[in-house]
Design a protein around this ligand. Structure first.
Ligand SMILES: C[S@@+](CC[C@H](N)C(=O)[O-])C[C@H]1O[C@@H](n2cnc3c(N)ncnc32)[C@H](O)[C@@H]1O
Length: 248
């Protein structure tokens, strides 16, 4: 059977205002979809594989790109609690979606979370000095992207991957898997009560998803020495991870 071609289209949710009731409902659907996809387990399993010391002297600097309402990473933080160092987390998204309760949830786990409202393409264009509070010499310990890279293709995606590789020691991306099984499942998402926005975007996301070594092929091999892994995760996801040699 021929593989599905990658097709990136604008998703409906991205065109809706933060407080549009259809968008709010769709973000609630997404939280349930994550439970079905097992996203929290996939992310925490991949993050634990890096065996970071539970009690380091400095907080770990983590950036999530396209963080949405921050609720997924909060579940991950809960799963990692006790086995991870203190974390200073920045939640980058072009919409302001993180609720005060979510920030309190992070604080309760000992993580400091700060929403960072900006377009990721501006983050890319800002250069290293703009990427971490004006301090060009610092790198993020870890950058995470979940259901985010599939919004991009071509040059913007290549430049995004290059900026990530320049600015962190570890990177983990968990994206939709572009497979016929995932596509069939995305057409059934109405069965969990998902609204029209979610039903449409789920299908578009699979068409824009990744397979094989598509993300690794975009990772800049010349930017230092990296250990990378890529492949299917769970029934519907595709993960790419990279760690600078010595950082794993
Ligand atoms: C499918 S949601 C995923 C949210 C979260 N990562 C999760 O998995 O629950 C994609 C998010 O990316 C954000 N986004 C899309 N394009 C963006 C861009 N160019 N810059 C920053 N955020 C963007 C959207 O606002 C949305 O919150």
């Amino acid at each position: 059977m021929t593989p599905l071609p990658r097709v990136v289209s604008a998703e409906t949710l991205d065109g809706l205002a933060e407080d549009d009731p259809r968008a709010m409902r769709s973000r609630g659907d997404l939280r349930r979809v994550h439970r079905i996809m097992g996203t929290c387990s996939i992310l925490s399993r991949n993050l634990r594989a890096w065996s970071l010391p539970a009690a380091g002297p400095a907080a770990l600097r983590v950036l999530e790109l396209g963080a949405g309402d921050g609720s997924l990473m909060l579940r991950v933080a809960g799963a990692l609690a006790g086995s991870w160092p203190r974390v200073e987390l920045s939640l980058l998204d072009r919409q302001a979606l993180v609720a005060p309760d979510t920030l309190r949830g992070y604080a309760g786990l000992g993580w400091t979370a700060t929403p960072l409202r900006m377009d990721v393409l501006d983050w890319v264009a800002a250069g290293p000095a703009g990427a971490y509070g004006g301090d060009a010499t610092r790198r993020w310990d870890l950058i995470v992207a979940n259901l985010f890279l599939h919004h991009f293709q071509g040059r913007p995606l290549r430049e995004l991957m290059l900026a990530v590789a320049e600015r962190c020691d570890r990177f983990l991306a968990c994206e939709p898997r572009r497979s016929r099984f995932a596509l069939a499942a995305s057409h059934l998402i109405g069965a969990i009560g998902a609204n029209a926005v979610t039903r449409e975007d789920a299908v578009l996301s699979v068409h824009a998803g990744f397979r094989d070594r598509e993300l690794g092929a975009l990772w800049p091999a010349g930017e230092g020495r990296w250990s990378t892994r890529e492949g299917p995760a769970g029934a519907f996801s595709h993960c790419f991870s990279a760690a600078r040699t010595g950082a794993a």
